[in-house]
Design a protein around this ligand. Structure first.
Ligand code: 8YV
Length: 327
């Protein structure tokens, strides 16, 4: 169409992205640093041709029911799409896109940082060093556990899982993974990765578990209390995917009882709420959902959103179209 699409950004994005969006589209910005209210979201879907939400906007069936005829595209700024009801969007003929690929390496870096931080007690060490209470080196001071030679179990061997596996190999970890199906034999050979059809069995045999699957109905609370209990008491859990994949309450209790040795978490079931049990534990490292938070990554995510909107508005299939069946 010749007309510029009316695009609503629900959150403040990097300046250069906003500037280009305003040049290319009839763009409404959110000038504040807080999410749009529910009413403002309703207004947006009633009037915009394209909505650009982020992970903090719940685009559920109730909201989509308010969508006007003109809303054709939800071009999400982010890779996970669990905040969008894909079936509801589809039933209204609304296309959904995301920004995969450009945050893979950054997220894998953060996963690796957590894998190192928890067994080696980096956050605790930092707190001690700052506190003024450090009495100097001692042979038994702040001992953690060795990374090299341990077994890493990756749940969800997609783009991010593979990027984690590559890094982990450099740290001497052996790679185990659970996925709906094995990855390509060449990839498996290259990573010397062992496929576990049974998640339960893998959980009981690895030293570090990393959650790298998307949150879907099939992975909701995948790490239930029962499954978490299968982990060895010497094992660690790292999650930079989605909090809802793990039973957070059970995790807190198992960590508190030292039935799980420690955890590194970047995501939570009800962000920004972080259960007090977790916040009070010493054997956890908690991050405020910053797995993909690099300026380079945000700019590339913005580029992807722009390309998706442009391609779609020009009448073509956008490169990052999300189909429910592929999740
Ligand atoms: C982003 C994320 O912060 O992409 C995702 O799935 O969780 C994060 O990388 C978020 O998506 C921004 O919408």
């Amino acid at each position: 169409s010749q007309r510029k699409p009316k695009v609503v950004l629900t959150r403040k994005l990097p300046d250069s992205i906003e500037t280009r969006m305003r040049e290319l589209f009839d763009t409404t910005l959110n000038e504040t640093d807080v999410a749009l209210s529910h009413d403002a979201l309703i207004e947006a879907v009633k009037t915009a041709d394209v909505l650009v939400p982020t992970v903090t906007d719940k685009i559920d069936a109730d909201l989509i029911a308010y969508a006007g005829e003109q809303l054709r595209l939800i071009a999400s700024f982010g890779t996970g799409v669990d905040h969008i009801d894909l079936a509801a969007a589809k039933s209204r003929g609304i296309t959904v896109t995301n920004t995969p690929g450009v945050l893979t390496e950054d997220t894998a870096d953060m996963v690796m940082a957590l894998i190192l931080a928890v067994p080696r007690r980096i956050a605790e060490g930092d707190a001690l060093a700052r506190s003024g209470k450090w009495h100097g080196w001692s042979p038994t001071g702040m001992l953690g556990h060795r990374i090299n030679g341990k077994r890493l179990g990756i749940i969800g061997m997609g783009r991010i899982g593979e990027a984690v596996a590559r890094r982990a190999r450099g740290f001497g970890l052996s790679i185990h993974y659970h996925n709906r199906k094995p990855v390509h034999p060449e990839t498996e050979a290259e990573l010397e990765a062992t496929y576990w059809d049974s998640l339960d069995q893998m959980l009981s045999r690895v030293d570090i578990v990393s959650v790298n699957c998307p949150h879907t109905p099939a992975t909701h609370m995948l790490l239930s209390r029962e499954r978490l209990s299968r982990m060895q008491s010497s094992a660690y859990l790292v999650n930079a995917s989605r909090g809802e994949v793990v039973d957070e309450q059970a995790l807190g209790e198992l960590l508190d009882a030292r039935d799980i040795a420690g955890a590194g978490l970047d995501v939570y079931a009800n962000e920004p709420h972080i259960p007090e049990t977790l916040r009070n534990l010493k054997n956890v490292v908690l991050l405020p959902h910053i797995g993909s938070a690099t300026i380079e990554g945000r700019l590339e995510m913005g580029d992807k959103v722009i390309i998706n909107v442009q391609t779609f508005w020009d009448g073509h299939s956008p490169p990052d179209r999300v189909i429910e069946a592929m999740l």
